[in-house]
Design a protein around this ligand. Sequence first.
Ligand code: SAM
Length: 326
Amino acid sequence: MTGGLTCCWHPAMSAIPTKALVLTMVFRAGFTRNNNLVPTVSQDQQANTLPSALYVVAMPIGQWSDLSSRAIEVLGCVDVILAEDTRVSGQILKSVGVSTRMVSLNAHSEAGKADRVIESLESGQSLALISDAGTPGISDPGRLLVDKVVEKGFQVVPVPGPSALTAALSVSGLPAAPSHFFGFLSTKSSARDHELERALSHDGTLIFYEAPHRIVDFAERLDQKATGRKVVFARELTKTHEQLIRVAAGECADWFAANPDRIRGEFVVLVGPVSTERTQLSVDADQILRVLARELPPSKAAALTSELTGVQKRILYRQLTGEPEA
Ligand code: SAM
């Protein structure tokens, strides 16, 4: 497949002579590992340079063809690519014909390499920052570097694209506003408890990243602590085994226990807001309900509270158990 495209550059490109702006992008048939057609960078593009800046470029989170045309253009034109893992990124960059020099910049080296990056910017170079998957700085290296570059007065330019965070939120069916992103919880049990409890005290949708070997632990904690809230597990987004699991807190661990294959892959975990029904309860009804529930079964406690307060029994029962009454 071939096609012509006149590049639409970032406003920063206005500093470049018009001739250089009119780049012809040749789409060459290129097949990724999962046989997706992706555009590749042309020799013309590689010959052009960008205004000096740090370009923060989003990479695919699974599907290589999600790498945007603009990302390919920028990666093909910068002087240096700062990559979290040069071997991981090298594969995808090769598949789109980008041969720009790569330098490793990861969580351990980020702070130490910032001064070199500043020197490069001072000498007029352009650099791109990429991570192994998704958007740099989102639970990935980048924030420290961006902060330093901004502090020194250099330009930072986003080249947006995939992120597991926005991809998951967009298909969750949960409100995006307000929403709170917590990234990974701590790996230590007591800190995990504390962080999760603090997160659950926020109003709105809560978004977490989790590794497969901790997903069952996370599911169990949600079952215990997030009573009455919806949970969405967004698994392997954009990949072959993509799956969106929508359950209620209380059912999370059971879902994983039903099939060991379900713990495989990468996960975004989203927790819905406290239900409107719950927030509409008066403090009095809520207090009565809890006191009675200490001594009585949920159905009886809900029935008596309903009689005393006029709040519907089914709302009270759900408030107590997180589930509709059978
Ligand atoms: N910077 C990345 C971004 O913008 O999404 C996130 C990097 S963070 C080190 C990796 C975590 O992101 C994974 O453990 C998982 O929680 C989430 N993640 C990345 N890719 C994913 C995918 N394809 N499906 C679901 N979650 C994913």
